[in-house]
Write a new protein. Sequence first.
Length: 148
Amino acid sequence: MKVLFVCTGNTCRSPMAEVMFRDYLKKQGIKNIEVSSAGLIGGGKPMAENSRIVLKSKGLSGKDFISKLITNEIYQNADIIFAMTENHKKELFEQFGIKKNVFTIKEVSGGDEIFDPYHLELPFYEMVAGLLEVAIPRLKDCILEVAN
């Protein structure tokens, strides 16, 4: 099973989601899920410094992360895609066509959309991490439902 997190530039939200979700699965003993992330624009940039700081505070690392632009191949190879916002989901559908198993994190978690902290202060990145922490167990349940 291949899981893909998508945000705008793949430097703040989706990389944090990727690293945090991979760590969560490892701690749960789940080994058959491959996790990655991509952005709708850009690519080739390191993870935002504040994202790395937040991950480091949780004992995780984003130091070697390099953002990537979503391509048709990346999109088609994902079994399930989690977009940070409804607008990201809409852009995915417009760019690549409708595909089942594309959800916003809000749809799955019942929480809030994952807002963009880009160029904001560290507390906003911490808030994003908090939203992701609440959503992650529900994302795992969604993946397991899709797999069955």
